[in-house]
Design a protein around this ligand. Structure first.
Ligand SMILES: [Ca+2]
Ligand SMILES: [Ca+2]
Length: 105
C-alpha cells in the first residue's frame, strides 16, 4: 500500500469513527453517549461533568451536581477559578461570568 493510499485509508477510518450515524448505545456501556446534529459519539464516562465541554452544546456538562468552590475561589458554571481571575480582563469562565459583573474601566 502506497503512503498516499494509506493516508486516505486512515482519513476514511477517522471520518467513519467521528461521524457514525446515530446509535442509541455505545459499544462500551461505561461510555457516555453524545448526540448532536443527528450524529452520536461516545466519550469515556469520566469526561462527563469534568468541567470541559466535550459534546457539542455542552450536553456532557449539563445536569451536573453544583460544584462547591473553596472560599478563595470563584464559582463558574464550568468549575472553580482562583478569585484573582475575577475581573482580570480575561474570560476564565466559559460563560464569561467572572468578567460580567465588573465595574467599567
Ligand atoms: Ca466534559
Ligand atoms: Ca477573568
Amino acid at each position: 500500500m502506497s503512503l498516499a493510499r494509506f493516508s486516505l485509508f486512515i482519513l476514511c477510518v477517522v471520518v467513519a469513527v467521528s461521524t457514525s450515524p446515530v446509535s442509541e448505545v455505545c459499544p462500551d456501556e461505561d461510555d457516555f453517549l453524545c448526540i448532536s446534529d443527528g450524529y452520536s459519539s461516545c466519550f469515556p464516562n469520566s469526561w462527563k461533568c469534568d468541567g470541559e465541554p466535550d459534546c457539542d452544546g455542552n450536553v456532557d456538562e449539563q445536569g451536573c451536581p453544583p460544584v462547591v468552590c473553596d472560599s478563595d475561589e470563584f464559582s463558574c458554571d464550568n468549575g472553580c477559578i482562583p478569585s484573582a481571575f475575577v475581573c482580570d480582563g480575561d474570560l476564565d469562565c466559559y460563560d464569561g461570568k467572572d468578567e460580567a459583573t465588573c465595574p467599567v474601566q
